[in-house]
Design a protein around this ligand. Sequence first.
Ligand SMILES: [Zn+2]
Length: 457
Amino acid sequence: MKKRKLLGVGISLSLPLLLLLPAQSERNGSPLSAANAPAVVIDGAQIWDGTGRPPIRDAILVIRGARVEALGPRGSVQAPQDAVTIPAKGKTIIPGLINTHGHVGMTKGLKSARENYTRDNVVSQLKQYARYGVTTIMSLGTDFEPMSEIRGAARPEEPVRATVFTAGRGFTGKNGYPAVLPGNAGVPREVDTIEEVQSQVQELARQKVDMVKIWVDDHWGHYSKIRPELYRAIIAEAHKHNLRVMAHLFYLEDAKELVKAGLDGMAHSVRDREVDGELIQALKARKTFAVPTLVREESTFIYAEPPAFLDDPFFSRWADPLVVRQLKDPAYGARIKSDPDFSRYPGQLKTGQKNLKKLWDAGVTIALGSDSGPPARFQGFFEHRELELMVQAGLTPAQALLAATSNAAEALKISRDFGTLEKGKRADLILLDADPLQDIRNTRKIHKIWIGGREVD
Ligand SMILES: [Zn+2]
């Protein structure tokens, strides 16, 4: 059994993968995609740089190649002679948004299926994120080939798109949630023994994935949940290979056990009850970060009636009209309401919001994640809605933006290049027509976006 696995899965899959993967540093964004383009000077905007420092008023920011060459208050920065200047008085610059929990490639229309996972579909969804200023995502546990050649930043010869990091295929137990849901067969790895865990984590290590994903849930007792000894083994084996682990979880008790086992990131809020001091202490002691995915909770009930955003141009401009029509069909709403757990869902969002505020105030690292990508969870739009729901939960706009920028970069261990606007870092940034610190919905007033120094059209 073990031998067959090694020969069949191990060698045939991982060797070609290994050959295709560029070195880590290259993938993390040093390719100078805009190397020959003239420098760009953004002149007169306010810069909120994501470091937590107060905004710089009347600032100059210089982009050269893929990176920020200089930034600071007017007078402190020499604008280069050869530059293209963009007048930006009254506007605000923020770092590109980072989504630490997304999915790509599996959805077409309102259907999710393994067959949908093609290079074209993945890339077109990364472009969709880019149009909304979501410049980096962690694709969490549902990736197949050709992800090994797409992952990382767009290469110079590729069209501009979001940078993508990958967890490959994540883990659940045999016949576990969510492998048993429609369209999910063969998507998560279903493990039943410690030997399977070890050989499959080793396979992910050979693929040099950026994260390992585990699903730990039974969806209110309807499905089977991975056994604790298996997820403990996954975390232990992953750490042995210097891989970090994020878990889909739902219940407070599972969160405690996972963190005790060394979990690096909670991929969702605890949603069955309020978090307590024991979990908070454990999260802080282990430096485990938390990703609220509030908009994912909202998406479980919001389509009972057609939500107003379906007619908001910020949404509809880039939405598939057929999908919008299907979501407005009363039959779709009726199906949502017929879910036996429908009445629980609004409460899950409220609990998630309460827990977000509690964890933030306690000093736990919160990183933005939307869980966008599955059907009716709209890539790009959902991240802006997530910010709004975080502010509704009690965070200030600046705190929500920190979660979406420097905190997210720290959570993913990519802050050397991503998450803040500083000299020498990647030029991933959004130029906004209005100030998001005044009203978080102003993140939707996008004037221009750059990713790796290239403008998104
Ligand atoms: Zn997810």
